[in-house]
Design a protein around this ligand. Structure first.
Ligand code: AMP
Length: 569
């Protein structure tokens, strides 16, 4: 059996082709979406999926997520003391999807079609294949995500040559692709995107508006990175955002300091807050069309993918730009996985579908570390300034300018990073050099930094002091991110040694993690009650009686649902 897998940044799904149709496979919790998160549990066993995602805030040092962003690099992500490569963490996710499919089918699954973003380059594709192998899956084929979305809609079968636009607004990224389909050949003609823009940013605007309004009135402290307040507020804002996709208004309830703050927002209000984000969505769409030399009127279809494409304002923007409605009959969370399952079905029936892939793009964002002053003049260090963004067609050359930040500053240090995070400490340092600038007042001296990146992965960074033309440069050679077959073999033995939390206990692990998260988020009597429920449940778990555990779990879930309404995946 060949399965189709959407290995996503936030969530992953697996589907199969059976009796002429796609069936998506539920995980051990009965959900179709499995969070792409991996963590180390309290007993030292590896947790995958929802249980791991629930522990992201309470145990950040033991949990990893969004590792897809680092595929193809040699960056290590740590679960406690132990470092894992992104393909190893992906392999753990794939392994759990494989087990879900095997549990449903009652037979072994050893082959898969796995989807990758259209802009994934050679190193990133190789890493995805390696992840499959590490999970015990032969990778029958890698399929690009926009092609998968088009396949899910059966657009490969169109009679005439057609051009399709796929717009995918996920949790953290926005990808636009132009496809050409003709006689069973699907070609990605162009792709563009914004690796810094997704559903999460729409949550941020709700959080900011709440903090500026009722939060400030109630004297809430700033919700700092990693704080429980921030996590709780973001969850509530996420719920509000989702509710506003279906309703004209929604309320946000936040428990803080023994009180609950209530705030309501209308859909109109949300759309006003999100206007700057919507404006940013336009540029990549226009760029993809321009790069593919396609006129908007010449598009046969517009396909939406990604959970955040459910927002009515997004759909309206697309409808307005193209003067027509996009196709949206398939759930946008599922569309890529469904396409992967269709492709798996074709492979099993030995029918071919040719895909022309595009690989000459920059795999990661490349940029420099900078410092800034905030509105109050405080200096913030360690920020990342992108110069060549991921997804840029290469070879490419771009210039950004930085200025001195202190009076009499005599040097500007240029630190070159690769990665997608706003903070340089979460990106990979590729190299650094220093240029000397004349001592003047802050902001009066500046340096042009030119990045030139070519198809062989060679990056040249050149800095020129504007006032006197003095230059410095650095050449960085790339591709550290590809594992050799010997390394894969060795990693396989390492992975085999890991103790993985048993699948039949996944539900218990997920509900315990959720209870612990709620315990941290809530205060007072509610917190006390959650603590009691948790102790009771742990005692039942210890007795190891399956029937008793199932009944107790059901009670605990019902209790948690009562304090955490609208729990979402
Ligand atoms: P994906 O990466 O495709 O799984 O998309 C995840 C993103 O979709 C997250 O930012 C979610 O908040 C967002 N999302 C899911 N459901 C909805 C909804 N009903 N309305 C708005 N955004 C949603």
């Amino acid at each position: 059996m060949i399965v189709g897998i959407d290995l996503g940044t936030t969530n992953s799904l697996v589907g199969i082709w059976r009796d002429g149709a796609v069936t998506l496979v539920p995980n051990a919790l009965g959900h179709l979406l499995s969070p792409s998160a991996v963590g180390l549990g309290d007993d030292g066993a590896i947790l995958v999926g929802l249980a791991a995602r629930e522990r992201l805030i309470s145990h950040p040092a033991l949990t990893a997520a969004a590792f897809k962003r680092y595929m193809g690099s040699d960056r290590l992500l740590f679960l406690g003391e132990k470092g894992f490569r992104p393909e190893e963490l992906s392999a753990l996710v794939l392994r759990s999807l494989k087990a879900d499919a095997e549990a449903m089918l009652g037979e072994a699954v050893d082959e898969a079609v796995i989807t990758v973003p259209a802009y994934f380059n050679d190193a990133q594709r190789k890493a995805t294949k390696a992840a499959g192998e590490l999970a015990g899956l032969r990778v029958a084929r890698l399929l690009t995500e926009p092609t998968a979305a088009a396949l899910a809609y059966g657009l490969d079968a169109l009679e005439e040559e057609s051009t399709i636009l796929v717009v995918d607004l996920g949790g953290g990224t926005f990808d636009v692709s132009v496809l050409n389909c003709f006689e069973g050949v699907m070609e990605v003609r162009a792709c563009a995107g914004d690796s810094w823009l997704g559903g999460e940013d729409f949550v941020d605007v709700i959080v900011a508006a709440f903090m500026a309004g009722p939060g400030a009135e109630a004297g809430l402290p700033p919700p700092s990175e990693g704080s429980v307040l921030r996590a709780a507020l973001r969850r509530q804002a996420e719920l509000m955002k989702r509710a506003l996709s279906d309703a004209e208004s929604a309320t946000l309830d936040l428990a803080h300091d023994g009180k609950t703050l209530h705030w309501s927002l209308t859909r109109d209000g949300f759309e006003k807050l999100a206007e700057p984000l919507l404006a940013r969505l336009r540029a990549p769409i226009e760029r993809a069309l321009r790069d593919a030399r396609v006129d908007p009127d010449a598009l046969s279809q517009i396909v939406l993918a990604g959970g955040a494409s459910r927002m009515p304002m997004f759909r309206r923007l697309i409808a307005r730009l193209f003067q027509r409605l996009p196709v949206q009959s398939i759930n946008p969370d599922e569309v890529v996985a469904r396409g992967a399952a269709v492709r798996a079905g074709l492979a099993m029936r030995d029918q071919s579908l040719e895909e022309v892939v595009l690989t000459d793009v920059a795999p990661f964002t490349l940029g420099v570390g900078v410092a800034e002053r905030d509105a109050d003049g405080r200096r913030i260090d360690g920020l990342f300034m992108p110069v060549i963004e991921r997804n840029t067609v290469i070879p490419a050359s771009r210039i950004e300018t930085v200025s001195t930040l202190e009076d009499n500053q005599s040097q500007i240090s240029i630190k070159v990073y690769q990665g997608e995070s706003r903070l340089v400490r979460d990106n990979i340092l590729l190299g650094e050099f220093v240029v000397t600038v004349p001592r003047r007042r802050a902001g009066e001296e500046s340096v042009d930094i030119r990045f030139t990146y070519d198809t062989s992965g060679l990056l040249e960074v050149e800095a020129t002091v504007r006032s006197n033309g003095v230059r410095g440069n650095l050449i960085i050679e790339g591709n550290p991110g590809v594992l050799t077959p010997e390394q894969i073999k060795q990693r396989l033995t390492e992975l085999a040694k890991l103790k993985v939390h048993p699948r039949d206990q996944a539900e218990n692990a997920a509900v315990v993690a959720r209870a612990k998260r709620l315990y941290e988020e809530r205060l007072g009597a509610t917190r006390h009650r959650i603590g009691d429920w948790l102790s009771d449940f742990m005692a039942v778990l210890n007795r190891q009686d399956e029937t008793e555990i199932a009944a107790a779990r059901q009670r605990l879930v019902a209790n948690l649902d009562a304090v955490d309404d609208n729990f979402f995946l």
